[in-house]
Design a protein around this ligand. Structure first.
Ligand code: 5GP
Length: 180
């Protein structure tokens, strides 16, 4: 991949994870999930907006019977997590007795996933696991088991492939990191 620098609002970002690597990692994740959930007809719960590309590319590669639904939570302001847990919007399915797999774009402090898992547990699912495209282990502030991680990254702010910087960058096919 030729290094490329882009500008979004007031910040510069340079290429970091190319589309080929993203897809290769998603293919591996899909194989893992196919094996782990064979015979279970899992329900994927994709957290909008950031996970839309990840969800589409992952689900195309899942070959076991499954369902997918999209939910919405807190939005991310600038480059810092708000730490607030927001209510789940758009979850119309009855998840009791279901095997649920939450699809996240990125786990940073873990506040979002921690809050979400607590709320989902109250609805009586058979199991809940998290599959995330990216994870920043250095930033984690909760005891969270994120079982399925496509790639771990250091504490850099990234955009592209669904992830935005104040609304921009979600459409980029590669992932970029902020130029420090
Ligand atoms: P957490 O609650 O784990 O701190 O943050 C999770 C959410 O923050 C993600 O779903 C994502 O929307 C946002 N986020 C965390 N780190 C980044 C990042 O490096 N880039 C972007 N664009 N969003 C991030």
């Amino acid at each position: 991949m030729n290094p490329r620098t882009i500008t979004l609002h007031d910040c510069s970002f340079s290429t970091y994870i190319c589309e080929e690597e993203i897809i290769a990692r998603i293919v591996m994740l899909a194989e893992q999930l196919d094996q782990a959930y064979a015979g279970k007809t899992p329900l994927f719960l994709a957290v909008l907006n950031g996970s839309f590309m990840f969800t589409a590319d992952l689900l195309k590669r899942i070959s076991i019977p499954c369902e997918v639904s999209f939910i919405r939570l807190a939005s991310y302001q600038d480059m810092h997590s708000t730490g607030k847990v927001k209510e789940i919007l758009g979850l119309n399915e009855d998840i009791s007795g279901r095997h649920v797999i939450v699809l996240e774009d990125i786990v940073d402090t873990g506040h979002t996933v921690h809050g979400l898992l607590k709320q989902l547990a109250d609805r009586g699912p058979a199991s809940v696991e998290v599959a995330t495209l990216l994870m920043k282990p250095e930033c984690l502030q909760h005891e969270l088991e994120v079982k399925y991680v496509a790639k771990t990254i250091p504490n850099d702010f990234v955009v592209g492939y669904g992830l935005d910087y104040n609304g921009l960058g979600r459409n980029l096919r590669d992932i970029y990191k902020i130029v420090s």
